[in-house]
Each structure stands twice: as structure tokens, then as C-alpha cells.
Design a protein around this ligand. Structure first.
Ligand SMILES: Nc1nc2c(ncn2[C@@H]2O[C@H](COP(=O)(O)OP(=O)(O)OP(=O)(O)O)[C@@H](O)[C@H]2O)c(=O)[nH]1
Ligand SMILES: [Mg+2]
Length: 416
């Protein structure tokens, strides 16, 4: 059965996506069919049979539902090939796990080496399946894999060899669906935390409330003390305490003022940074920030928005961020607002991506955007860190996050 027409990639789906990738004719579709024990994706001896992603929802026991995706071959082939290349980027950026299929008879193809290099840029699990082993395995292929320190599984879809082992390995390697945490890892029992209730127009109210509740819950679970106040009462609140709190969480709008008023030794951060850090990669964003100062007049900068339109979004993405940056750099840039699932293919020569924090989106939706930026080698930063930086409050706002702070220190001494 050919299912090539049923291929809408579900954006907001939180089922882990397992993608089967590789060159044409290596047996990707055969492997998908073997894994699910059905003739689902079309198999033929003709190279180029699968021309677009074929999805299959599957109950991978004992793990649960996953989305298996069979893909087109990765080789370049004129104009159509170009499209498939960017299709590969789309597939990789959405994958939670990747199975690369190779033909046991061949040596590594440059496109396969490029594929491995791309997978390396992502924080994603990967298994290499060397298929058609009944023909015998090319020793040169094995030494090339060894040189790249790539471990592999030997399989034959035709003879049904190694498929069950491969399946078990995939199950063991899939990332666990860990719950997002806001605060737990940075506070300890007995700590006092002051949450300055934001008036934030930057975050939709429902999401704000939900995050504040989670924050309070986590603080209580950690047996720490959490005090809530408005900005006007912060001074009086602190005056009532015998010592400074271990952490103050405030709004990006008043972070500058508060950071001046509160002694350096007190850890201080913003709610939007707490909310965004679990959906993102602070270290990647800090590296992106470093590129901000290098922007020149006319450089293209993407403002990437994920969330459904909130009246405040327009103001932040369309007005606030561009004018803050241009004012800071004293340069005129070319801002392009993008809200598609993937960055449009016609966009080239982008110097920086500024990503919204995705406050009403799943962690995956944000992760896909970060992966895309990594694969395209474009620096990326999110609204939250950018605004803090432009207000001169970095590294102060990253003070509670040890790894991010270390990265910032490292970047100070690096030329990147
Ligand atoms: N001998 C042998 N043939 C295999 C094996 N696995 C797949 N094939 C054959 O290889 C050919 C290609 O298999 P597909 O599964 O269509 O390969 P694909 O990678 O999906 O190919 P495209 O969709 O064209 O990129 C078919 O004729 C399969 O029957 C295997 O383990 N051994
Ligand atoms: Mg195929």
C-alpha cells in the first residue's frame, strides 16, 4: 500500500518521533514495515520510491505511542533533490530519535557523512542500521564507521535478521518524557524566594497564572519559603526579612531597576527566563547573543513567533524588539517576522534568529525551532535573554543557572 499522500507532520504532537533516514534504496521503507510488521510504506527496487515523509502512528510497547516516519533518500538530485535536502533538515529537527539506514555493500557516501555531521549538531539519539547484510558487509564501511566512532546494528530486512534487537535498542534509547521544571533544581530546602508578581504584558495571562502556580508548588515541594509581592512592595517586603532571600524572581520590564537596587550577591532572574529555559538551551542562546554585537547595517534578522496571536505579541515582535536592538547597536537592520512551522526556504543569509519563548507552546515546538537553527548554523537567542542583555542585566539574570553562567564566562574569553 502506498501512503505517500497521508503526510501531514503534526506540529504539536508530543509523541516521540522516530525518523528513518538514509540514501535511496537502502531499505528505509522496508525497515519501517518490518518494525510495525505491516506493508505500510511502498517498497520497490526502484531508487527514489519514497518521495515525501510517510508517517505511521505506532504503539511501541512497552513504551507507548510513537510516530514512525519513513523518509525520501538524502541524495542531491537537481531541483527536486534540493527540496528533499531541506526536507531532511525538517525531518531531523523534529526527530526525537533517528535511525540511519546504510547498505552493507557500500562505503560511506559524502551525503551520509554530511548527515552524521548534521545529527551531531543536535541533542538527539541515533542508531545506525547496516542493512542487507546477507550480501556480506563491506569491511571498508565498517572501518569508516569505526573512524567516525559510530556504533552500528547489522540487519537484514529481507531475512528478518536483527530487527527485534534493533527495536529493543530503540525502546531503550528513546528519551523519557520528563516533566518540565521551573524552579526545583535551583532552590534548596529552607531557601527564601521572593516572587515579584509581574504585570507582564509579555506573557498571556493564562500561561502566566499557570506558571506562577507551578512555581509556588515547586517551592513548597522543596520545603522552601515563597513570598509574593508587587514591585511597589518589594522594598518593604525585603525590609521585613532578617536576611536577603536566596532568589528574587521578577518581570523583564522592571529587572533593570531591581538589579540596581538589590545587592549583587542576591540571585535574581526573570519569570520569562525561568519559563523559557526548560524549553530551550540557554548556552545556545548565550552564544547567539554574542553575535548581536557583530551585526551590521542592513543585516537580516528573523523574529520568529510561535504563539497564537496575543495583542502584546505584535508590539513586542514588531516594535519593541526591533527598536531596542537598533537603538542599542545604533544601526538599521532588516527584520523579518516569521511564524511558520519551519523557516521559509527562500530566506538566506540570516545573521540572527530571535525566537519567542513559546510560552503557550509545547517544549517540542520550541525545540524544533532550535534544532532548525542549529542545522542551518544560524545563531539564535530568545526574547527573554535578548531583552535582559539589552537592559544590561546579563550575567545577573543568569546567576541562578550555573552552567549558563560558566558558558558566559567562557564566551567572554573566546573570539566566537
Ligand atoms: N537483499 C535485500 N534486499 C533488501 C533488504 N531490505 C530492502 N531490500 C530491497 O531493497 C530495495 C529498496 O528497498 P526500500 O525499502 O524501498 O528502500 P528505501 O530506502 O525505502 O528506498 P527509497 O524509498 O527509494 O529511498 C527493495 O527491492 C527491497 O526489497 C535486505 O535486507 N536485503
Ligand atoms: Mg522508501
Amino acid at each position: 500500500m502506498d501512503n505517500s499522500d497521508s503526510n501531514t507532520l503534526a506540529f504539536e504532537d508530543n509523541r516521540p518521533q522516530i525518523s528513518i533516514v538514509g540514501r535511496k534504496n537502502v531499505g528505509k521503507s522496508s525497515l519501517l514495515n518490518k518494525l510495525i510488521d505491516q506493508d505500510y510504506s511502498k517498497v520497490s527496487e526502484c531508487p527514489g520510491t519514497t518521495i515525501k515523509p510517510i508517517e505511521k502512528e505506532y504503539e511501541l510497547l512497552p513504551l507507548g505511542p510513537v510516530l514512525l516516519v519513513d523518509t525520501a533518500g538524502i541524495e542531491e538530485e537537481g531541483e527536486l533533490g534540493e527540496k528533499r535536502i531541506s526536507q531532511t533538515i525538517k525531518i531531523l529537527s523534529k526527530s526525537d530519535f533517528i535511525v540511519v539506514v546504510l547498505d552493507a555493500r557500500d562505503r560511506l557516501h559524502p551525503k551520509e557523512i554530511e548527515l552524521f555531521a548534521n545529527i551531531d549538531k543536535l541533542d538527539v539519539g541515533c542508531i545506525v542500521a547496516v542493512n542487507k547484510i546477507e550480501f556480506g558487509t563491506n569491511q571498508k564501511l565498517l572501518s569508516e564507521l569505526k573512524e567516525l566512532r559510530i556504533t552500528h546494528f547489522e540487519i537484514s530486512c529481507k531475512e528478518n535478521v536483527g530487527i527485534e534487537e534493533l527495536k529493543r535498542k530503540i525502546i531503550r534509547s528513546l528519551p523519557k518524557n520528563d516533566k518540565q521544571i521551573l524552579l526545583k533544581d535551583i532552590v534548596s530546602q529552607g531557601d527564601t524566594i521572593v516572587l515579584v508578581i509581574p504585570e507582564s504584558r509579555q506573557i498571556p495571562e493564562s500561561s502566566l497564572l499557570q506558571n506562577q502556580i507551578q512555581l509556588i508548588n515547586e517551592a513548597l515541594e522543596q520545603e522552601s519559603i515563597i513570598i509574593l509581592c508587587r514591585e511597589e512592595e518589594l522594598k518593604a517586603t525585603l525590609a521585613n526579612l532578617k536576611k536577603y532571600p536566596e532568589l528574587i524572581i521578577t518581570d523583564s520590564d522592571n529587572i533593570k531597576k531591581i538589579s540596581i537596587e538589590i545587592p549583587e550577591k542576591v540571585k535574581l532572574t526573570t519569570l520569562s527566563l525561568l519559563m523559557s529555559r526548560n524549553k530551550s538551551d540557554l548556552k545556545l542562546f548565550l552564544r547567539g547573543l554574542k553575535k548581536l554585537d557583530q551585526l551590521q547595517n542592513g543585516d537580516k534578522v528573523i523574529i520568529s513567533e510561535l504563539c497564537s496571536k496575543h495583542p502584546a505579541d505584535d508590539e513586542i515582535a514588531g516594535v519593541k524588539i526591533p527598536s531596542l536592538i537598533e537603538h542599542y547597536l545604533n544601526k538599521k537592520l532588516s527584520f523579518i517576522r516569521v511564524s511558520e512551522e519551519f523557516f521559509p526556504e527562500y530566506l538566506t543569509d540570516i545573521k540572527l534568529i530571535i525566537q519567542c519563548i513559546g510560552c503557550s507552546k509545547s517544549r517540542n515546538a520550541v525545540r524544533y525551532k532550535l534544532n532548525e537553527a542549529k542545522l542551518l548554523d544560524i545563531p539564535i537567542v530568545n526574547y527573554s535573554l535578548l531583552i535582559s542583555y539589552l537592559k544590561g542585566t546579563i550575567p545577573r539574570v543568569i546567576s541562578p543557572f550555573k552552567e549558563a553562567l560558566l558558558e558566559w564566562e567562557r564566551l567572554k574569553f573566546s573570539s566566537v
